[in-house]
Design a protein around this ligand. Structure first.
Ligand code: ZN
Length: 310
């Protein structure tokens, strides 16, 4: 915990001072588009943020329940996901600038989904170059979300960024949670950052919208085969845990394989959607926090795969 620099929640003097800083920097105008119209009391206005130092050059910025990685080098910063849907980006930029005054050179989208890619304009205004997988750029250009910066550059299968002595690989391992998910790997630090499909002890989100089956299982095998030790996911794990390990990817693959086999049997036996959702339990994963809430929806997604091939 000595390496954890918390800017909210914790009742330390340092955290208190930083909370005050964040509050002072909240915009005084109307709330961002889509935000609740009724303003919360001032004391609760500052969303909980935290900066975690993972290595000398790699940090995690947490913004409520979202996480992004940023990499600090003498030649500039490589940031990822603005994660600012309905929230100002300034606390993230402030967190980076609290570590370094080096310019933010890049913002790289983990994938196209707006709950991670929105809100990047203040980074753009600082001169950052935006990079995403090609499919993310195409989706953003097609849907034209108001608050998502269109990527300047795209990655097809692989790109390597070298900045100030740090090497970052941007790897596309195929379709999984989206058709535009990158695995960002730091080979020297043995860290990966990838979002929304390899949780720390969690089953897949709700009905697995935009998830490609069985491709996601193939992608997990590719990630497990890569050389890395530390996982930075897009959401913290149970208890706010900011990082995971390769075991989390191994566990996620096992979960999907177990789920798939269980649903396949129900379909083969002629059971209905409702019967499959009622029959299947996977006690091995019952302790994962979202098991109860999301398992029926995960079952429904795999039911569609085995029943209708979609
Ligand atoms: Zn997503």
């Amino acid at each position: 915990m000595s390496r954890l620099h918390t800017t909210a929640i914790a009742a330390t003097l340092l955290a208190g001072a930083l909370i005050a800083t964040v509050q002072a920097q909240q915009p005084s105008g109307p709330p961002p588009s889509g935000a609740p119209a009724t303003a919360a009391p001032q004391a609760a206005a500052a969303p909980p943020t935290a900066t975690t130092k993972v290595t000398d050059n790699v940090y995690i910025f947490r913004y409520v329940g979202h996480q992004a990685m940023f990499i600090v080098t003498p030649a500039g910063v490589i940031a990822t996901d603005p994660i600012s849907l309905h929230r100002p980006a300034k606390p993230y930029i402030d967190a980076i600038q609290a570590v370094t005054k080096a310019p933010i050179k890049y913002v790289i989208y983990s994938h196209g989904h707006f709950d991670h890619s929105a809100g990047g304009q203040p980074f753009k205004d600082l001169g950052a170059t935006f990079i995403a997988q090609r499919n993310a750029k195409e989706r953003i250009q097609a849907l034209k979300p108001a608050d998502v910066v269109v990527p300047d550059q795209v990655v097809d299968d692989k790109r390597v960024i070298t900045l100030g002595g740090t090497t970052l690989e941007l790897l596309y391992v195929g379709k999984n949670h989206s058709d535009s998910t990158l695995v960002m790997r730091l080979p020297k630090e043995k860290i990966i950052f990838t979002v929304d499909w390899i949780p720390i002890q969690g089953i897949q989100f709700r009905g697995m919208a935009d998830t490609y089956i069985p491709d996601i299982e193939g992608g997990l095998k590719k990630v497990i085969a890569m050389d890395w030790d530390t996982l930075i996911p897009g959401h913290p794990g149970p208890g706010g845990k900011p990082t995971g390990t390769k075991q989390n990817a191994i566990d996620q693959l096992a979960y999907l394989q177990d789920l798939s086999a269980a649903v396949k049997k129900e379909v083969t036996d002629g059971k209905s959607y409702d019967e499959a959702m009622k029959d299947i339990s996977l006690p091995k994963y019952a302790a994962w926090p979202n098991y109860k809430a999301f398992l029926p929806m995960n079952i429904e997604r795999y039911y569609d795969f085995w029943n209708r091939g979609i």
